[in-house]
Design a protein around this ligand. Structure first.
Ligand code: NAD
Length: 251
């Protein structure tokens, strides 16, 4: 498929990011993955390019704002433009009551779930404005729409992404740049899949907590991101789309 669009996917070497890289590859995108797991890059690139992608890897530690800025400069120098961005990288901490949360954990979660996405967005907007076109999508979570016990820090960070989505969407509304977020339910990523064998009772609980009785798959998020990246998705702006088979719809 002929596609001249250039996109960045943060955290694209695993899980939801990788699933999205594959959906973009099928659609012929030029995708630059920002991630830190260098050892995985060759395999992900080979898989994506075998299904139609033009996929590249840039080592970028998202805790380091200088590395982020340099990585976007690399995209500009190499490809001349940026059309789309999926700001997705992240990790959580184990559930705990909020008084047990440490300052170090607060810094880490704000760093990887909020601050780096803000720094990325600033660089993305600069390039997209020059370009006269842009599509930005964030990964929030059901935890960005609802509270959950033991998850206050993660809840706060993911709610911040919902606020960022809405605010930046309004800032960009006249620029042909749309800004939206996906809110995945529990997704069967590389971290979760082994539980099927090693802790089937935990895996079964996660599946049972979803209205469909199963976990989501990374490609089911990737397809929504690919849809939001389309030129014709132009009037969808400032929205958060739950991709959770109804989990956030209520009991
Ligand atoms: N898996 C789920 O069930 C689920 C549900 C809702 C939301 N999310 C969100 O989806 C996003 C992706 O999660 P996932 O489950 O696919 O996780 P994952 O661990 O499979 O993938 C995360 C990727 O981010 C990268 N990353 C982590 N720290 C980084 C850093 N400092 N610099 C650059 N890259 C870094 C990792 O190397 C990895 O490739 C996260 O924001 C997470 O909060 C996940």
């Amino acid at each position: 498929m002929e596609n001249n669009r250039v996109t960045v996917v943060t955290g694209g070497l695993s899980g939801i990011g990788k699933g999205t890289v594959m959906e973009l590859a099928k659609r012929g995108y030029t995708t630059v993955i920002f991630d830190i797991q260098d050892e995985k890059a060759d395999d992900v690139i080979a898989e994506a390019n075998s299904i139609g992608g033009k996929t590249y890897y840039r080592h970028c530690n998202l805790f380091d704002s200088k590395e982020i800025i340099e990585s976007f400069q690399y995209v500009k120098d190499t490809f001349g433009k940026l059309d789309c961005a999926f700001n997705n990288a992240g990790f959580g901490i184990l559930p705990k009551s909020f008084e047990e949360v440490t300052e170090d954990e607060i810094d880490k979660e704000l760093g990887i779930l909020v601050k780096c996405h803000m720094i990325c967005t600033i660089e993305e907007i600069k390039m997209m404005k020059e370009n006269g076109f842009g599509r930005i999508v964030y990964t929030t979570s059901g935890a960005g729409l609802l509270g959950s016990t033991g998850m206050a820090l993660y809840n706060a960070c993911k709610h911040a992404i919902v606020g960022l989505t809405k605010g930046v969407a309004l800032d960009m509304a006249k620029q042909n740049i749309t800004v939206n977020a996906v809110a995945p339910g529990t997704i069967e990523t590389e971290l979760v899949a082994p539980y099927k064998e090693t802790a089937p009772e935990i895996y079964a609980q996660w599946a049972a907590s979803n209205p469909a009785g199963r976990l989501g798959m990374p490609w089911e998020i990737g397809r929504v991101v690919a849809f939001l990246f389309e030129e014709d998705s132009s009037f969808i702006n400032g929205t958060v789309i739950p991709v959770d088979s109804g989990f956030c719809a209520g009991k």
